[in-house]
Design a protein around this ligand. Structure first.
Ligand SMILES: NC(=O)c1ccc[n+]([C@@H]2O[C@H](COP(=O)([O-])OP(=O)(O)OC[C@H]3O[C@@H](n4cnc5c(N)ncnc54)[C@H](O)[C@@H]3O)[C@@H](O)[C@H]2O)c1
Length: 390
């Protein structure tokens, strides 16, 4: 993996350059564009002409109110016919019912194979839009225009699309690569602080799983991260996208052991999200933040990382302001054993589980992750107990 950019991270502070990263996969190679103001002229970053095509711009109602008209006007000016598709903000929109309604809306507007879908929004819109694009008339082109930090650094890159089910998160979906990812860093100025922090958790993940130097960079800049300094944000986005692009380019469909590492903390996190009920009380990134600490606890009990390492990661969490406990997530459980059993049961339903059990992503050290599929049930339950009683 090429993470040499970490050393350059300070060097281009004054440059106005738009950064570009390539994702090189069999399912379709594409560029990630990162810079300020990109949504004013999105057509500059779309690798084909839109003239004469039908373009569907999918957004949630919050994002549409902020950026929908701007993007729609630019695309219309290219000679395309544009239809806006809307969902409510939040995780609940990644549903079968929204998928069905939107499919019907597109069919009513005579979607054809050369139509284009633009997913303008956070990870919810990105995942749902990608799934729609991959299935409607057996697949149309789509563009990611992510508007949350989490979507900038994670969900818009790599082509995983999904909706949620009553059995768990992201259990119905496809691998379907976008044609371009257009990251306008200016949109972070309207993002609610909690949503920003949820994205920071996914940024930190890259430092933990593949890049000690990046982890150290985040430690050095913790107070700027907490203040949402625009320059530091852009560096975090670039470095995270570089890491994700490298991983996805090696392992597009999570078959050769690298991409699964991106799931650090997610098996725990998805179970916590399911328990919280997808109603906005616990955000995906918040659940992942605590889930990563659970994975770190497991790594420590195995002797992979020291208690000093755990304290170091927790200190970074504290300096940035990330949630560390179930209490921080607003989850309180009185009956410990029932809850341990319930969370474990939900984890067994996660996509990372196989007939042999759950594949856990843990750390072999800070900056390096591995998969362990041999962890005893009681071993994991002890970690759950520890966090529930904390
Ligand atoms: N496909 C992947 O590889 C991948 C990776 C990580 C996460 N995900 C998925 O991403 C989803 C979470 O995404 P998210 O955290 O972006 O949540 P989200 O899409 O729900 O957005 C969070 C909230 O912020 C609002 N918002 C978005 N952009 C805004 C802006 N610029 N200004 C003001 N408000 C704005 C939205 O309306 C929403 O209410 C989860 O469903 C998760 O499973 C997918």
């Amino acid at each position: 993996m090429d993470f040499d950019n970490v050393q350059d991270i300070h060097s281009d502070k004054d440059s106005e350059n738009i950064k570009r990263l390539a994702v090189d996969v069999k399912g379709g190679s594409y560029d990630i564009h990162i810079g300020a103001g990109l949504l004013h002229t999105p057509e500059d970053y779309i690798p084909y002409k839109l003239e004469g095509r039908t373009v569907f711009v999918l957004s949630d109602r919050n994002v549409s109110g902020l950026y929908g008209d701007m993007v729609t006007a630019s695309i219309e000016a290219q000679g395309a016919t544009v239809y806006q598709l809307l969902v409510d903000g939040g995780e609940k929109s990644k549903s079968f019912s929204d998928f069905e309604r939107l499919s019907n809306e597109m069919l009513a507007k005579k979607v054809t194979r050369d139509s284009v879908l633009i997913a303008l929004g956070g990870g919810v819109v990105g995942d749902l839009g990608g799934f729609l694009a991959s299935t409607i008339v057996r697949g149309i082109s789509y563009i990611q225009m992510p508007t949350t930090l989490l979507a900038h650094v994670d969900s818009s890159v790599g082509g995983k699309t999904a909706i949620n089910t009553q059995y768990g998160k992201n259990l119905v979906g496809t691998f379907y690569q976008p044609d371009s990812v257009i990251i306008d860093v200016d949109v972070l100025s309207t993002l609610p602080p909690r949503e920003y922090m949820a994205g920071v958790a996914e940024v930190l993940k890259y430092g933990l799983i593949v890049d000690l130097e990046f982890f150290e960079y985040l430690e050095t800049h913790a107070s700027d991260i907490a203040k949402q300094d625009p320059y530091i944000c852009e560096q975090m986005i670039y470095q995270s996208c570089a890491a994700k692009a490298a991983i996805v380019s090696m392992d597009e469909k999570e078959t050769s052991g690298q991409r699964i590492l991106l799931n650090l903390g997610h098996t725990f996190g998805h179970a916590l999200e399911l328990i919280a009920g997808y109603n906005g009380d616990v955000l995906h990134g918040e659940a992942v933040a605590v889930g990563m600490l659970m994975a770190l606890d497991v790594s420590c009990k195995l002797g992979n990382v020291s208690e000093g390492d755990v304290a170091r990661v927790r200190e970074l969490y504290a300096n940035i302001g990330l949630p560390q406990t179930l209490d921080d997530l607003g989850l309180a459980f009185s009956d410990v054993e029932t809850m341990v059993a319930r969370i474990y049961e939900l984890m067994l339903g996660d996509k990372k589980a196989t007939r042999h059990g759950i594949k856990f992503v843990i750390l072999s050290k800070i900056g390096q992750a591995v998969v362990n599929a041999d962890l005893e049930e009681e071993f994991i339950k002890d970690t759950l107990r520890y966090f529930i009683q904390q």
